[in-house]
Design a protein around this ligand. Sequence first.
Ligand code: AMP
Length: 200
Amino acid sequence: MATNKRKHEKQGGPSAKKVPPWMEGLKQAMENPDLKVLETDKAVVIKDKYPKARHHYLVLPKENISNLKSCQKEHVELLEHIHEIGANLKTRHENSAFRLGYHAIPSMSQLHMHVISQDMISDCMKTKKHYNSFTTDYFVPSETILKMLKRDGKVDINAKDMKLCLEMNLRCHLCGESQKNIPTLKKHLLLEDSKKNRGK
Ligand code: AMP
């Protein structure tokens, strides 16, 4: 009985933990034609409403899966499908480098993989937490998640260590240079970007 209950909760059944309405925003966004980029039979791609880089997408399963903790071995195929969609999205922007991955501790409910260009230039990138969440170990590559799921049948993330990542000193993810604050980091990233474009 206890096992069935746990399974039910994992699948988001009626006894699943209630989350505040704002955490459910991505489920509505999946239905929003202004945000939806493409869909397959199993997943939907939306534009991130508050992009933290020039190109920032979210890939979400249609199946109700709250987060990585709810994933089991049976989800490997679905997560591989999500990864493949992300890899295809990259080809839309040939001049940009991308990373595909998950936040160790997501803020929003419904599993979502970030597909984010590595310029990290965006007006919505406003805080150290924003930046560090995409440039430290807090951002877990999709391949790592798949490896864990295939090997262990679950995704195990040390929440305590991950929270520390968000508090780390600012450091440019491209060259490693230490940055005093977000405004200096933003100037530095623009400079790095123009250097890169001049080199083309
Ligand atoms: P996280 O849960 O930390 O992995 O990140 C959630 C992502 O969802 C962030 O990058 C937000 O900018 C994005 N986001 C939040 N609300 C919405 C929304 N209503 N529509 C699309 N993207 C959203």
